[in-house]
Design a protein around this ligand. Structure first.
Ligand code: WT7
Length: 650
């Protein structure tokens, strides 16, 4: 294995930041952290954040529950904004690039952002929002998303951001689960040159929910729906509000936000993140992974609908007082050089994206990237799914000019911040290998019985060893049973990541992918069950099995096998028409990111005697491998039939 730590990248980490913490050189920091992780995180929390009151107990655990910085008091927005007003009020906090090239970027200094956040927090207070209330945010990548989220954290309201490409049904389910009182949305946004409508979906979603008010960002200048008392204009309300807003002082363990993610069952779960622990991990992972300095312009391309958008497009850079850049639209609009042009024009120094995007841009005309000056870049990051060697090398060479380390960060919605990756200045940077646990955290690989696998190249289950990292989830919203079952049932003493991994000979962690029914489609997390439930709602479909299959750009894509209702129907149905209808249905129930790539009508699904669908066998058939374990099937004949159906469709 080649280690791509260049001499230059070795120098990237300003040891100052590290030394300040433990008076150690870069490598010894890991040792020191491992010796006493609680003390280590205490030091980081003290140095990185501004507390109103110091904690009485740094860490307490009664698994599966745990608390960080118990008794500590803090306000999150104050840490992102107010404390930077003293030293750098006029520094840019946010640069927003709209998709239409004729529109100008919006730039907000820390002072300006602070004022807007305070004003909007007052709007929320005026609308009777108080500490602990849930607010749903259904916004595209616009500055108002950041303003709204920070305003929630200022007054102790819990934000629940819903990805803007999700359907109204998906939004409704999330509003209902969180019992949100307010929905903050936009009238639409631009995507690939088209105007996307958001308001119609939002209006549909709030029917028979707890939402009393809808605050709408006028992105497309549409007329607001009536009644006026219910639909408010975001910026009009903001402008007329008071510019000062006393922050609500929160307990470290109070929830900061919930974010829904897919688990093994069909229903998404609301992952709960706390305030002090999350802030500590967001601050330090952003600082050390990306070597953040005062003059950095960080661009994390993730949408705010995902945790990466929360932690590294918004909160991590702001906690560090850096400038964050966000972009509204698509990487290929008006052409596939758009991202490179944004990096060039704004002198982006830290760039963080997903393997899917890298693979997509890698396929484009090499002349396009060459035309741009990407010399401002210092650090590159990747996240969301395993990155293949080819994409890694292209990213390292063509985007980073073989100068910048590629930080392959492994983490999850549940972990709040990154957990496994090499650090700039330390490395090692090896394609496809994420690296080692962040200082102060510990991950091991265990077999099905929970016994540690120390041998290299043996794949097992990746788990986290307590004390848990400070950014870890504290539960599933209103569903403690789910929390216990999903993360703590299999291995009891360890947090179960549901990822497979193995150790390299050098003791580094290589992630192999999910071990449950979760798929990563273009980096988006979804489950087979979610899609199956949606497809089963088709009036002519009796049963569905969804399987992910490898895809060159998207990593994997879902393929559906459906059994029709009633035998007679099968001959009458037009498969192409049905496929269209199925796609429409998943668009409507979940969103276009979950659209199956192909729908096969089959007479039966391979099942075990206990009735479990053998998706593994379906997958083998799709990728042209010999399926194993047919003897345990209730209906082995189905395998040959399906094989024939797949063949005849090719
Ligand atoms: C799942 C979590 C982490 C924020 C965005 C995704 C996969 C994530 C990597 C990586 C290999 C990765 C895992 C994980 N994953 N990062 N660097 N290498 N796999 O958060 O949507 O909650 O998904 O993404 O399978 O469990 P998420």
């Amino acid at each position: 294995m080649v280690n791509y730590v260049t001499k230059k990248s070795n120098k990237l980490m300003p040891s100052k930041a590290m030394k300040k913490i433990a008076h150690l050189d870069n490598k010894r920091i890991y040792k020191e952290a491992a010796k006493n992780p609680i003390k280590f995180w205490e030091k980081l929390a003290t140095d990185g954040l501004q507390w109103e009151k110091k904690w009485t107990k740094a860490y307490e655990q009664k698994l599966p529950y745990f608390k960080w910085f118990k008794g500590g008091k803090i306000n999150f927005s104050k840490n992102c904004l107010d404390r930077h007003l003293e030293n750098q009020p006029d520094k840019l906090a946010l640069v927003w690039i709209p998709e239409p090239t004729k529109e100008k970027p919006v730039k907000l200094t820390y002072r300006q952002l602070h004022e807007k956040v305070c004003k909007f927090a007052n709007v929320l207070r005026k609308n009777k929002i108080k500490k602990g209330d849930v607010i749903s945010i259904y916004l595209p990548m616009v500055p108002e998303a950041l303003i709204a989220m920070l305003a929630c954290t200022r007054i102790g309201a819990i934000h629940s951001v819903v990805f803007s490409a999700f359907s109204s049904d998906a939004l409704k389910a999330r509003i209902q689960d969180g019992k949100a009182k307010i929905l903050i949305t936009a009238d639409g946004y631009y995507r690939r040159g088209e105007k996307e409508d958001l308001l119609t979906k939002a209006k549909q979603a709030i029917k028979s929910t707890t939402v009393k008010k809808v605050i709408v960002v006028s992105r497309l200048k549409k007329k607001l729906p009536s009644p006026k008392s219910k639909f408010l204009d975001f910026n009009k309300e903001l402008e007329s509000a008071e510019p000062t807003c006393e922050p609500e002082i929160m307990n470290s363990e109070d929830p900061l936000f919930i974010l829904y993610t897919s688990g093994t069952t069909g229903k998404p779960k609301g992952v709960i993140h706390d305030t002090g622990g999350y802030a500590t991990q967001a601050y330090w992972t952003a600082k050390w992974n990306f070597n953040l300095r005062d003059d950095d312009v960080m661009w994390c391309t993730a949408d705010v609908g995902w945790v990466t958008g929360h932690t590294y497009a918004f909160y991590g850079p702001l906690l560090n007082g850096a400038t964050t850049l966000i972009y509204e639209g698509s990487p290929d609009f008006p052409d596939t050089g758009r991202w490179w042009k944004i990096i060039q024009d704004n002198k982006v120094t830290v760039f963080y994206t997903a393997p899917t995007a890298i693979r997509m841009l890698q396929k484009c005309d090499p002349k396009i990237i060459k035309k741009h000056n990407l010399k401002s870049l210092r650090i590159l990051g990747t996240v969301g799914e395993p990155i293949d060697r080819d994409a890694w090398m292209w990213y390292f060479k063509k985007v980073g000019g073989s100068r910048c380390p590629v930080i392959d960060t492994w983490w999850q919605t549940e972990t709040g911040g990154t957990l496994i990756n090499a650090l700039p200045g330390i490395g090692p940077f090896i394609p496809t290998v994420s690296g080692i646990s962040f200082p102060g955290t510990k991950h091991i690989i265990v077999d099905e019985k929970g016994k540690q696998i120390k041998k290299p190249n043996v794949t097992g289950n990746l788990v986290q060893v307590p004390p848990l990292a400070p950014g870890m989830l504290h539960g599933v919203w209103k569903n403690p049973k789910k929390y216990k079952e999903t993360y703590w049932k299999r291995f009891k003493k360890y947090y179960d990541t549901s990822d497979g991994a193995f150790l390299t000979k050098g003791g580094l962690i290589r992630i192999t992918g999910r071990t449950d029914d979760v798929m990563k489609v273009a980096g988006h997390r979804m489950t087979t069950a979610e899609l199956e439930n949606a497809i089963n709602d088709h009036p002519r479909i009796n049963e569905t099995a969804v399987v992910p299959v490898p895809h060159k750009v998207k990593g994997e894509v879902p393929v559906a096998f459906v059994i029709l209702k009633g035998k007679k129907d099968a001959t009458k149905i037009n498969p192409e028409q049905l496929e269209k209808e199925v796609k429409k249905l998943t668009d409507q129930k979940i969103g276009p990111t979950s659209r199956p790539a192909k729908v096969f009508i089959v007479p039966a699904l391979p099942k075990t005697r206990s009735g479990k669908i053998m998706r593994r066998i379906l997958k083998a058939l799709l990728i042209d491998e010999e399926p194993k374990g047919l003897s345990t099937l209730l209906n082995p004949k189905s395998v040959e039939e399906i094989k024939g159906i797949i063949k005849s469709s090719q």
